[in-house]
Unconditional design. Structure first.
Length: 142
């Protein structure tokens, strides 16, 4: 805007120096200031419009960010679901100390050491999953 003001000042100086008739000079000054008002109004309007556009874009960006956050949440949940379906975890309740812990299904393993009391717990993978033998193990549906 500084440039505009400088131009305006130099414009006034120029017409004052070149138009000798005072009536003509006042008339041109008046007309020019009316014209300038319109130009400045238009500039204000354009600036406001651009500000509005920027605000709209910022709002849209915010909405997109929120949507992305939701999508990320869903993806994380899906990953969790996939993991819990890939690995059947078994909850073991130690028959010696009642300590509960979870192991991955590994049918090659026939026994596991209780992390709490150190006793060896026999694993029976052939048992009916629906009716766990005496609470020794049960399928965890997570
Ligand atoms: Zn134990």
């Amino acid at each position: 805007m500084g440039t505009l003001k400088d131009s305006y000042t130099s414009f006034l100086k120029d017409i004052e120096a070149n138009i000798k008739n005072k009536e003509d000079l006042d008339y041109i000054k008046l007309r020019f200031s009316q014209f300038l008002d319109v130009v400045l109004d238009q500039m204000d309007y354009i600036m406001d419009y651009r500000k509005e556009e920027v605000e709209k874009l910022e709002k849209k960006q915010k909405e997109l960010d929120e949507k992305m956050g939701k999508v990320e949440n869903i993806v994380n949940h899906i990953e969790k679901d996939i993991y819990s379906e890939e690995g059947f975890d078994f909850e073991i309740i130690c028959p010696y100390c009642d300590y509960e812990f979870v192991i991955d299904v590994d049918e090659d393993k026939t026994e596991i050491e209780c992390p709490e009391c150190g006793n060896t717990i026999e694993l029976d993978w052939t048992g009916d999953l629906d009716e766990p033998q005496g609470c020794k193990r049960r399928l965890l549906l997570m």
